[in-house]
Design a protein around this ligand. Structure first.
Ligand code: PLP
Length: 402
């Protein structure tokens, strides 16, 4: 384990959480086991009662997963972490552990679809939910009740790429005695450190940038040791039962060794693509926090580190004469050759998503348009290819509606 202050982010992302293993292997071994043997009953009793550290059963902990948890806690600058089998497992474990019947949750009105679904269903368990535009802290202020326990936000809204002011929301939340939980999947370190900005808990779908290779589903929650302890015990182990598998933990550990390098390239490519799209007549508007035209560019510059603005770019296809906007966007999507038509993000391969035709298909048109999801919106996850090839692919796809 290396110190937070002495080393830079890239060094920590490689070295933290290496852990000890009996043979001194540099790469963390994959402990493929369901259970762990005790020396005797007394040893088992001590481990069950936490008098002695150690693993007892794979659903509550595993050495490979523990190494991943240590790495995630270190890079998000939290006390402890718990890894889950998916991002949704992380989110539902937080809700199921830290909320109870009679509590109130304030959640953003534009969340990733799965989180949106979870927030929608919590009232069935006796938990009150208020949905607000969390990009406007004044609206969050008036939503508090005496029983508000959690304010739940995403650092950058999907797919419109509006930004939440984490510092402002943390202040408001703490004044009212609640905790701020931030889904940092879109803006991982080294770009955004929500705990530094005042959040209490940060979580990720590790499926995305942390693993970074598009080959697993996973999640992680980072925060104070006592809260993480409850999330592991109640949400993860007892209710949701969704531990990260040792194999997937190992893949995310490996992926995170190159997080700094990869993420900077994602950001560089996204900036090039966003700037280029702004010059294209077929693109009506371009949403990227790094562009001065983004309504929260100043907040993004303040909140995000080292001029990093993320790997995601959204833009709207302009309606051409003689074709409706939905058809035109579908045609652009179908003409892409390099960008894969796929949901998800943070893979080496660039991906393109058409929210109105794919992820938000079941959302009534007026409802989605009210939060900026129009028939022309395309969301790009800019991968690690050459930026000129990404612009070239978009150019030939946009030519299809000329
Ligand atoms: C912002 C965000 N949070 C959470 C999730 C859920 O993660 P997973 O698919 O790993 O369950 C996603 C998935 O796309 C996401 O985009």
């Amino acid at each position: 384990m290396v110190g937070h202050e002495e080393y830079g982010f890239a060094t920590r992302a490689i070295h933290e959480g290496q852990g000890n293993n009996p043979y001194g292997a540099l790469a963390t071994p994959i402990y493929m086991t369901s259970t762990f043997c005790f020396e005797n009953v007394d040893d088992g009793m001590k481990k069950f009662s936490k008098e002695k550290p150690g693993f007892v059963y794979g659903r509550s902990g595993n050495p490979t997963t523990a190494a991943l948890e240590a790495k995630c806690a270190a890079i998000e600058e939290g006390e402890a972490a718990v890894a889950t089998s998916s991002g949704m497992g992380a989110i539902s474990s937080v809700f199921m552990s830290l909320l109870k019947k009679g509590d109130h949750l304030i959640a953003g009105d534009t969340l990733y679809g799965g989180s949106d679904f979870a927030a929608h269903h919590l009232p069935e368990y006796g938990i009150e939910v208020t949905r607000v535009d969390t990009c406007d802290p004044a609206k969050v202020s008036v939503a508090f009740r005496t029983n508000t326990r959690i304010v739940y936000i995403e650092s950058s809204l999907n797919p419109t790429l509006r930004i939440n002011d984490i510092c402002a929301l943390a202040d408001i939340t703490h004044e009212r005695g609640a905790i701020l939980v931030v889904d940092n999947t879109f803006t991982p370190p080294p770009m955004c450190f929500p705990l530094r900005l005042g959040a209490d808990i940060v979580l990720h779908s590790t499926t995305k940038y942390l693993n970074g290779h598009g080959d697993i589903i996973g999640g992680v929650v980072v925060g104070p040791a006592d809260m993480i302890g409850s999330i592991r015990l109640i949400g993860l182990t007892k209710i949701c039962g969704c531990p990260a598998s040792p194999m997937n933990s190992w893949l995310v550990l490996r992926g995170m060794k190159t997080l700094d390098l990869r993420f900077r390239k994602h950001c560089e490519n996204a900036m090039t693509v966003a700037k280029w799209l702004e010059t294209q007549p077929e693109a009506e508007s371009v949403f990227y926090p790094g562009l001065p035209s983004h309504p929260q560019h100043e907040l993004s510059r303040r909140q995000f580190m080292e001029g990093l603005f993320g790997g995601m770019v959204s833009f709207e296809v302009k309606k051409p004469a003689g074709m409706n906007r939905f058809e035109a966007t579908e045609k652009v999507m179908n003409s892409l050759k390099l960008f894969a038509v796929a949901v998800s993000l943070g893979d080496p391969d660039s991906l393109a998503e058409f929210p109105a035709g794919m992820t938000h298909l079941i959302v009534p048109k007026e409802e989605r348009e009210a939060v900026g999801i129009t028939d022309g919106l395309i969301r790009l996850s800019c991968g690690l290819e050459d930026a000129k090839d990404l612009c070239g692919d978009l150019k030939q796809a946009l030519a299809a509606i000329r």
